[in-house]
Design a protein. Structure first.
Length: 270
């Protein structure tokens, strides 16, 4: 299968480039490969043959972890929040087709992470655990790497944020005159704490990033007519289908929000 690494850097308009991580590989949309690369490496060097991770029933991270196992010779277990529904939705069907063993956990038990991990270890043995959304130090290392692929000077690197791992990682690799902004795809103001904790765990805290919580459009996975028509218009104009969960919200903030002074050189991470 075709890998596109380094991912392309495309000029969208004056002062705005898109870093097309969405084109890295069809099985690893968006930042998924960046987050999984060093998790796979760590699992292998620890001699583990199984990756286990968590997610909701529509989690692209579950599907991408299944793909990582498939491509790199590791077994995978996906712990899905909620009840099993048959037939499987397309995300879980693809994960299963890639060899992932799916197991379902009710929402209350899913929240009790330590207890759940203990039970999973008793059932499945010595797996390599990747947290929900792939958000750990290995992910930060992979995300940090993408910055060196950007061969244009820029002032601000923009990304969409779910767990905050991508923002936490890229911020560690910026030059002193650069900063990063994460546009939260979720409602609430908890992501800054998450980013700070992830950087602390990674051993590299930086003060060069901020989170903009204003463009969530009602919360995770939510959208309204404004966002829908923005995404449609963007596709007509640029031929790029933005996902409305993450990319659409970020590009709306950048292009419609007019948040940056004229002349600011931006790179937006898809
Ligand atoms: C395109 C895209 N942007 C951003 C995110 C969120 O990244 P993070 O969880 O690292 O904040 C995701 C999902 O992981 C994604 O697919």
């Amino acid at each position: 299968m075709q890998w596109r690494l380094p991912s392309p850097l495309e000029r969208l308009e004056e002062g705005l480039f898109l870093k097309r991580d969405d084109l890295i590989h069809p099985d690893f949309p968006g930042n998924k490969w960046r987050k999984l690369k060093y998790n796979v490496a760590a699992a292998k060097s620890a001699g583990r043959s199984t990756l286990l991770t968590f997610g909701g029933a529509f989690s692209n991270h579950l599907r991408a972890t299944a793909a990582a196992g498939h491509h790199f010779g590791l077994d995978t277990i996906g712990v899905v929040r909620g009840e099993e529904h048959q037939p499987l939705n397309p995300v879980l069907a693809r994960a299963a087709a890639l060899g992932m063993r799916l197991t379902y956990v009710d929402r209350a038990s899913y929240r009790r992470k330590a207890e759940l991990e203990q039970q999973l270890r008793e059932t499945y043995g010595d797996f390599f655990l990747i947290p929900e959304g792939g958000a750990n130090s290995h992910a930060l290392k992979g995300c940090a790497e993408l910055v060196a692929e950007i061969d244009q000077d820029f002032d601000v690197l923009c990304c969409s944020s779910g767990t905050g791992a991508t923002l936490a990682g890229v911020a560690t690799a910026l030059k002193p005159h650069q900063r990063a902004v994460g546009f939260s795809a979720l409602k609430g103001d908890f992501l800054a704490t998450a980013v700070d904790e992830l950087q602390a765990e990674f051993g590299h805290r930086t003060g060069n990033w901020t989170i903009d919580n204003r463009f969530h459009f009602g919360g995770f996975g939510k959208r309204d007519a404004t966002l829908t028509s923005f995404v449609d218009d963007f596709e007509k104009q640029h031929g790029i289908a933005l996902d409305p969960v993450y990319e659409g919200k970020m590009m709306y903030a950048i292009l419609i929000g007019r948040l940056f002074p004229p002349g600011t050189k931006l790179v937006a991470l898809l």
